[in-house]
Design a protein around this ligand. Structure first.
Ligand code: SF4
Ligand code: SF4
Length: 350
C-alpha cells in the first residue's frame, strides 16, 4: 500500500478533504484534562501532533462503535410507528491507538456471535481506522504481552507517525488507500528518511514499555483458582465504581431500557458494568455475585479465561487504563502475576 506524508499545518486541510466522512479524533475536553474522541471539523483543536504528547485518550474510542447510551429505536404509543436511527454515514477515526484498534477486533467477536448486532456491525463496516503510532507509551502499558505494540498495524486501515513537523502516513488496507485517494491534493510521497524515522520511533517506543506479563497458561489456570484467597486480597479495597470496565476498550456489557414520556418512547442501550452490585440481581432479588470478591474474580476470569475459551482471544489489549484510573490502585498485572505464582507452585508440587 502507499507511503505518504503531510505537514502538521495541513491537518485542517486533511480534515476538510474528508468531506464524505464524519471525522472523529481525540480532543481535550474544555474543562479538565480528559481526552476522548469527538466529531470534529477543520477548526477543532485535536490531540494529534503539534506537541500534543499524550499516551492515549482517557475514554477509549469503543464509544464510536458502541456508544455509552444509544437509542435503538423510537416508538409512538397508539400509532404503531417506529423509527430506527440511520447508520449509513461513512466515518473516519483519526489517531486511534493500535491497542484500541485491536480492542475493536476483540469486541467484534461478541457483536457478531449468536446474534449479529446491526448497530455495532454497521458502524464498524462504515468506519476507517487511521491509527497514530505511540511515541510515549504510558507507564502501565503492556500491549506487547497481548500481541500488540506501539506501531502495530494489524487492526488498522492506515497508520500515522508523528515526526514533529510532519505526519508520515502508511496505508494498510483498501479502505485506507481509498481514504488516501480522497486526500490526493494534500498528501505527498514520503521519503526514505521519513520511513526510517518512523521505524526508529516505533523501536524506541517499544523500548519504553516496562511492564509485561507472560499470559501463557493463565486462561487454563484461572478456573482452578476460583476459591483462592487472592480474590479477597485484591478486592477488599474495591469501591465498585466501575471505572475499570467503563474505560476498558474491550468491556462490552450493556443494559437495555424502555423510556416513556407521554406517548413518545424509546428503547435505549447503555453501558453497564459487572463491577456494579445490581448487575447480576435477578428479578427474585437473588444475586449470584453479591460481593466485590466475586465481581473482581468474574471481571478477570471473563477477560482472561471465559472469553478466550469462547473466542480464542484474551479480552485485554494491555492499554493500562484500568490500572491508571482505578481510584484505589487495583492492578490487573498484580492479579495476573499472582495467578502465575499459583500455577508455578502447583507445578512444583506435582
Ligand atoms: S483489562 Fe485493563 S489493560 Fe486490559 S484492555 Fe481493559 S483497561 Fe486495558
Ligand atoms: S476501578 Fe478499581 S475500585 Fe473501581 S470497580 Fe474497578 S477495581 Fe473497583
Amino acid at each position: 500500500m502507499g507511503e505518504y506524508k503531510f505537514s502538521i499545518e495541513k491537518l485542517p486541510e486533511v480534515v476538510s478533504g474528508l468531506k464524505e466522512y464524519r471525522v472523529y479524533a481525540p480532543v481535550k475536553e474544555e474543562e479538565g484534562e480528559v481526552v476522548r474522541y469527538k466529531l470534529i471539523d477543520e477548526n477543532t483543536r485535536m490531540s494529534i501532533g503539534a506537541g500534543e504528547e499524550f499516551s492515549n485518550s482517557n475514554v477509549p474510542p469503543k464509544e464510536l462503535m458502541f456508544p455509552e447510551t444509544e437509542t435503538l429505536f423510537k416508538f409512538h404509543l397508539g400509532e404503531g410507528r417506529m423509527e430506527a436511527p440511520s447508520l449509513d454515514d461513512k466515518r473516519v477515526v483519526l489517531g486511534i491507538r493500535p491497542c484500541d484498534a485491536q480492542a475493536c477486533s476483540i469486541v467484534d467477536n461478541l457483536f457478531g456471535w449468536d446474534f449479529a448486532d446491526p448497530y455495532y456491525q454497521k458502524r464498524r463496516e462504515n468506519t476507517v481506522l487511521v491509527g497514530l503510532a505511540c511515541s510515549s507509551p504510558c507507564s502501565n502499558c503492556f500491549c506487547p504481552s497481548l500481541g500488540g505494540g506501539p506501531a502495530e498495524e494489524k487492526y488498522l486501515d492506515a497508520i500515522m507517525f508523528d515526526l514533529g513537523d510532519t505526519l508520515y502516513l502508511r496505508t494498510i488496507t483498501e479502505k485506507g488507500e481509498e481514504l488516501a485517494g480522497a486526500l490526493s491534493g494534500v498528501l505527498e510521497s514520503a521519503t526514505d528518511a521519513e520511513k526510517s524515522a518512523a521505524e526508529k520511533q516505533a523501536g524506541e517506543a517499544l523500548e519504553k514499555i516496562k511492564r509485561s506479563v507472560d499470559t501463557k497458561g493463565i486462561p487454563e489456570k484461572l478456573p482452578s483458582l476460583y476459591d483462592h484467597p487472592m480474590w479477597e486480597q485484591f478486592s477488599d479495597r474495591c469501591l465498585g465504581c466501575g471505572i475499570c470496565t467503563f474505560l476498558c476498550p474491550t468491556c462490552h456489557c450493556f443494559d437495555i431500557q424502555d423510556e416513556v414520556e407521554c406517548f413518545d418512547a424509546r428503547r435505549a442501550r447503555m453501558w453497564d458494568s459487572c463491577m456494579f452490585s445490581e448487575y447480576t440481581v435477578h428479578a427474585s432479588g437473588h444475586n449470584p455475585r453479591p460481593t466485590r470478591k466475586q465481581r473482581t474474580r468474574n471481571r478477570i476470569s471473563h477477560k482472561y479465561s471465559y472469553f478466550p475459551e469462547k473466542f480464542d482471544v484474551i479480552a485485554c489489549v494491555g492499554c493500562g487504563r484500568c490500572i491508571n484510573y482505578c481510584p484505589v490502585n487495583i492492578d490487573i498485572l498484580d492479579i495476573l502475576e499472582k495467578t502465575k505464582e499459583a500455577r508455578a507452585k502447583e507445578e512444583k508440587t506435582a
